[in-house]
Design a protein around this ligand. Structure first.
Ligand SMILES: Nc1ncnc2c1ncn2[C@@H]1O[C@H](COP(=O)(O)OP(=O)(O)OP(=O)(O)O)[C@@H](O)[C@H]1O
Ligand SMILES: [Mg+2]
Length: 631
């Protein structure tokens, strides 16, 4: 479909959703679909819930945030279950300001933006539909029209609770325009839109000295005072502050704690009773989610000030730490690069991974746990199997430091370094080493890093470099084997057959000749030696493997060469040891002969076809690995 047809379709779809009718007709809708009267908080909660929830190892993952926010499952689960869910149930937390607190560029704004864009879409669906009194600048809930003394009866008839009083403006309109006939008041369906200032607002503080509360709650319209005779006539007031406009939806309060404290005190009644004061009017009921965000330093100085106690107790603080999983961090960079004008640049495999390894290391804290180090912790956090540790250890590690993830290198810094590399290198391809070099150079110019941190960070860069060396060697060696997986599986099957025969004191049968033969001790040892199993320990090792296999069989799981971390390592090392000389000679030869050249071209082709390299980065990789193997 071409773009013009799509535009037309879109317009028709918008037309189809439009609805306008009297309050009496609105009640018919309400009878059928009581959820249209839900509160703003409940709408946000349902929006998140309706998108679906997956559970992995007891960890909930809300699909609503998929593809935009990575690695923050725990923070999001806390946010949903400790704030949105109870708020949707009309518990008191909904009157509190939600304050997201986290380190710079850790995804706070992204999270809030997703909620805003999500609500805009959700208000166009049946489950997210919103209705309002027509002509009201605050899109007031039509149910506010029901007088307080009839609300119990209303609840009994419709099962819907009403909260909040009719605003001064609509009270006056009801009288003057509708002669107090509530049933005639015109109601319309509204669609949230930040651009049109409907149900979504953003407030960002200006100069604290001149900050005017009118930006939040609206102001007197001096041009109309003459017409209406008095400042206290609501028609002479413009209800166009962010709080007014965001009514029924949500307001983002950017950098809230940068505001002057006196300014923030205006929020007290809002956070206590769910209403706010505008001009000379009775309190105005607000039904909106207020999300603010701030960083830790500002938050600390805010709570250190005794004068802020009252407001502090009316704020729900949710930590949004940095992601701590390497593979999720990689996805963050991929996303950021996709969204930038660097997306045409070839980024060699593992380039983002090494950057991610580096930044995660800067965010992790050293555990006191026996036998644990930062690299192992990093792997465990990323869901890898680390010999000797299990999920119980993982949970313990996560609980060890409450503020882990609140400091370290931020994603924006990494992306800035990557883009400066691209610009400097002036080639359409960068690799892991380019990235590491650039990260290191950048540390010298990074203003906000202390000297100690800098030393620590430089060290992490070399740790990341070592990780990369291993990855690079494996990658090349794998590309040298025609089919790595197949060879690994064959070698392991062969090993296991021998181990079984050895432990059961059986003979093996030669598959070709059918002759009986003793277990191949030489083969078994050549594999075990790769991981330092001594002659004395070999029996225990072999028995342990058989036990593992039978445990797998009992659970109906298939044992493969990935099932046993050390065996996998041994098999891999053995395969690589057999290859090492070939790889070494081929990759480092300055004047490769014909057969070496053929092999190199084959390997490069495989790296390009199967592993995501281009010819430049594949050649760079081969040269690098050649130099590594010759050290
Ligand atoms: N966990 C994450 N998942 C996905 N993207 C992330 C994550 N953390 C950071 N980002 C990306 O990093 C960039 C900065 O994030 P964002 O602006 O949301 O951070 P912030 O917490 O609001 O930072 P600041 O305190 O500087 O305002 C964005 O491009 C965002 O997409
Ligand atoms: Mg932000």
């Amino acid at each position: 479909m071409d773009i013009l047809s799509k535009i037309q379709l879109h317009r028709e779809e918008e037309q189809r959703l439009v609805w306008e009718g009297t309050f009496a007709e609105y009640l018919d809708i309400l009878k059928e679909r009581p959820h249209v009267a839900q509160s703003a908080h409940s709408r946000v909660y349902n929006m998140i819930k309706d998108a679906g929830i997956d559970t992995f190892n007891g960890q909930k993952k809300y699909r609503f945030f998929d593809n935009q926010i990575f690695g923050l499952e725990e923070a999001i689960e806390r946010l949903v279950e400790e704030y949105f869910h109870p708020a949707a149930k009309r518990l008191d937390v909904r009157k509190r300001i939600l304050l997201l607190m986290g380190p710079v560029s850790g995804g706070k704004s992204t999270l809030v933006t997703m909620l805003k864009r999500g609500l805009e879409q959700y208000s166009k669906t049946d489950s997210g539909a919103v209705y309002a009194i027509k002509g009201c600048p605050m899109h007031e809930d039509p149910l506010h029209l029901i007088p307080h003394h009839l609300r119990q009866d209303f609840f009994e008839e419709y099962g819907v609770r009403i909260e909040g009083s009719l605003s001064p403006l609509n009270t006056m309109r009801l009288e003057k325009e509708y002669g107090n006939r509530i049933e005639d008041v015109i109601v319309e369906r509204i669609f949230f839109s930040e651009d049109k200032r409907t149900g979504i607002g953003t407030f960002s503080p200006s100069d604290p000295k001149s900050q005017d509360i009118a930006d939040l709650t609206g102001s007197i319209d001096f041009s109309t005072i003459a017409e209406y005779g008095s400042e206290s006539d609501p028609r002479a007031y413009r209800f166009d502050g962010e709080l007014n406009k965001a009514n029924r939806g949500m307001m983002e309060f950017q950098e809230m704690l940068k505001c002057d404290e006196k300014f923030l005190w205006h929020l007290l009644s809002l956070t206590q009773e769910g209403n706010f004061k505008a001009g000379r009017f009775a309190l105005i009921s607000a039904d909106e989610l207020i999300v603010a965000h701030t960083n830790e330093a500002e938050y600390r100085s805010f709570i250190a000030n005794k004068k802020n106690e009252a407001l502090h107790s009316r704020i729900i603080v949710m930590a949004v730490p940095y992601n701590l999983k390497v593979s999720e961090e990689e996805r963050i960079y991929e996303k950021m690069i996709q969204a930038s004008d660097m997306s045409h640049v070839h980024i060699a495999p593992h380039a983002l991974r090494v950057a991610a390894i580096f930044s995660i290391l800067t965010r992790l804290k050293d555990s006191k746990k026996q036998g644990m180090d930062l690299l192992k912790k990093m792997r465990l956090y990323d869901g890898e199997i680390v010999e000797g540790f299990n999920h119980v250890d993982l949970e313990e590690l996560k609980r060890e430091f409450a503020d882990e993830g609140m400091s370290g290198i931020d994603p924006r810094y990494i992306i800035n370094r990557i883009s400066s590399t691209i610009i400097r290198k002036e080639v359409p391809s960068i690799n892991a080493l380019d990235v590491l070099r650039s990260l290191k150079d950048g540390l010298d110019h990074h203003a906000s890093i202390s000297k100690e941190d800098k030393e620590r960070y430089v060290n992490y860069i070399s740790v990341a470099r070592k990780e990369y060396d291993e990855i690079a060697k494996k990658e090349v060696q794998k590309a040298f084997v025609y089919s790595y997986e197949e060879s690994a599986v064959t070698l392991m099957d062969n090993y296991l057959d021998n181990v079984e025969a050895y432990c059961n004191k059986n003979k093996l049968r030669d598959p070709l000749t059918g002759e009986e033969m003793s277990p191949d001790e030489k083969l078994m040892r050549s594999i075990e030696e790769q991981i330092g199993i001594s002659e004395n320990a070999k029996k225990a090792f072999r028995e342990e493997i058989l036990i593992r296999i039978s445990a797998y069989a009992r659970k109906g799981k298939k044992f493969n060469y990935q099932s046993h971390e050390r065996l996998r390592e041994a098999i891999q090392k053995k395969l690589f040891a057999d290859l090492k000389d070939v790889v070494k000679i081929t990759t480092s030869s300055k004047t490769p002969d014909e057969s070496q050249l053929k092999k190199i071209n084959e390997v490069i082709a495989r790296l390009v076809d199967e592993h995501g390299y281009n010819t430049t980065s594949a050649n760079e990789l081969l040269r690098y690995v050649g130099s590594l193997l010759n050290r």
